[in-house]
Design a protein around this ligand. Structure first.
Ligand SMILES: Cc1cc2nc3c(=O)[nH]c(=O)nc-3n(C[C@H](O)[C@H](O)[C@H](O)COP(=O)(O)OP(=O)(O)OC[C@H]3O[C@@H](n4cnc5c(N)ncnc54)[C@H](O)[C@@H]3O)c2cc1C
Length: 392
């Protein structure tokens, strides 16, 4: 039973953690659109809109924004519980760049006018944001970005190209890192800009992923003129303010949720194929179950740090490395036992909840986004193990 029936915008921090969990679990079960549970692919905003609107009306869209800016003002511990409950229910990830990145960044570094215009529009879903950081030759080495912003009178003129812009076709505004000083050391000559994607000179081209889904875009900037006040923070401070965003949220990249869902998918596939009594399959499943338990225990170690109010160190990179490897291993096994079904991206004809080939493909990018596994290993090597460049 829920501890309380939460009113829209009610402050839930006074609840105990168990009461908060019961309350959020009940509310999510009662309000999440059933047809959107555990979606096979990343949803476009048109598909996710009913859920965005429900969260918006309840005041639950922005768990970690301060309450004076329309957020829930949750403690990290309660935010963690909310995420766990959303994942447990199979809630889809919304186009959330405005909520997780732009909002917090404007709250810390924006002008009063930027905050007054944008924060309410993020919270109402009137403006959906997309992230223009990566470029064809600047991904892991993002500071090598070449998109330029040149000041001309009262305007900035942007030229260049971004790539891998998740759901860029759904965005109303884009936030962009661009070079404002070509002579400065590379991290020091970058600034942070915001602009509507309808600004003349911006061209957006969808890219299909391996799964045939238009998940990404390329975004081209041809002499794009934006007003001088489209910059956030100071000129050449873009790198610093963008980096400051990474807080305890890094733990979510290593949440056991995706591996748990994939293992459940694998077990259902095995039963569907009638292989559940095969001793080799049972041994394989037991091994994966134990590895998942190991991962959950690693996650709990970091989650407890968050609950105690401690900040996460560079060792949290281990969580994402481990999760990526496990998630991909589970879907590798799915392909290995799927037989002829491994060749088809579509769900199985006689059970639409099974789609092994698509699940395999969806697990691949986990070791790329949010810092690739190799980059995370470099972080662990350097900042946790203290290995020098030459030793590596
Ligand atoms: C699902 C998904 C969503 C994304 N969404 C967005 C988005 O919305 N906006 C956005 O701006 N970007 C987005 N990206 C891009 C993402 O940030 C980049 O793909 C990522 O930073 C890697 O950059 P890259 O693709 O250029 O690969 P590269 O950096 O070229 O890396 C290629 C390979 O080399 C390895 N490598 C690179 N440098 C080193 C090193 N120093 N040591 C060891 N190995 C190294 C990498 O690990 C990788 O295996 C998304 C990517 C994915 C997969």
């Amino acid at each position: 039973m829920p501890a309380i029936e939460p009113k829209p915008h009610q402050d839930l921090n006074p609840l105990s953690d168990p009461d908060f969990r019961a309350t959020t679990r009940h509310w999510i079960e009662a309000n999440y659109p059933p047809h959107l549970r555990n979606p096979q692919r990343r949803l476009h905003i048109a598909e996710g809109r009913p859920w965005y609107d429900a969260l918006s009306r309840q005041g639950w869209l922005a768990p970690n924004w301060p309450r004076e800016h329309g957020g829930m003002g949750l403690s990290p511990a309660k935010h963690l519980i909310l995420i766990e409950e959303l994942e447990r229910h199979g809630a889809a990830r919304l186009p959330d760049q405005g909520i997780t990145m732009v909002g917090p960044l404007l709250i810390r570094h924006g002008t009063e006018a930027q905050r007054a215009y944008h924060l309410p529009r993020i919270l109402s879903g009137e403006i959906i944001w997309c992230q223009g950081y990566s470029e064809p030759d600047a991904g892991s080495d993002l500071a090598a970005l070449r998109t330029s912003a040149v000041r001309e009178g009262d305007e900035w003129v942007i030229n260049g190209q971004k790539i891998w812009t998740t759901l860029g076709m759904d965005g109303d505004w884009i936030f962009v890192l661009a070079r404002t000083d070509a002579q400065a050391p590379k991290q020091k000559g970058i600034s942070f800009f915001i602009m509507p994607v309808t600004t003349p000179g911006i061209e957006i081209r969808p890219i299909l992923n391996l799964d045939g889904h238009d998940e990404f875009c390329e975004v081209f900037f041809h002499d794009v003129r934006i007003p001088a006040d489209s910059i956030v923070g100071e000129v050449n401070q873009g790198w610093t303010i963008a980096k400051n965003l990474l807080g305890f949220e890094r733990i979510f990249l290593g949440s056991p949720f995706q591996a748990t869902g994939a293992l459940d998918h694998l077990m259902r596939l095995i039963c569907h194929l009638g292989r559940q009594d095969d001793p080799a399959i049972r041994a394989m499943l037991n091994e994966l179950r134990m590895e998942l338990e190991d991962h959950k225990s690693l996650y709990t170690t970091f989650a407890n740090q968050v609950r105690r109010g401690e900040s996460l160190g560079p060792d949290v990179s281990m969580l994402k490395i481990n999760l990526s490897a496990l998630y991909q291993k589970i879907t590798d096994r799915m392909i290995a036992i799927a037989g002829e079904h491994a060749a088809l991206l579509d769900p199985l004809q006689d059970d639409q909840s099974l789609y092994p080939a698509s699940a395999f493909i969806q697990a691949r990018p986990h070791s790329i986004y949010g810092g690739s596994s190799e980059i995370q290993k470099n972080i662990v090597a350097k900042h946790v193990l203290g290995l020098s460049e030459t030793m590596r």
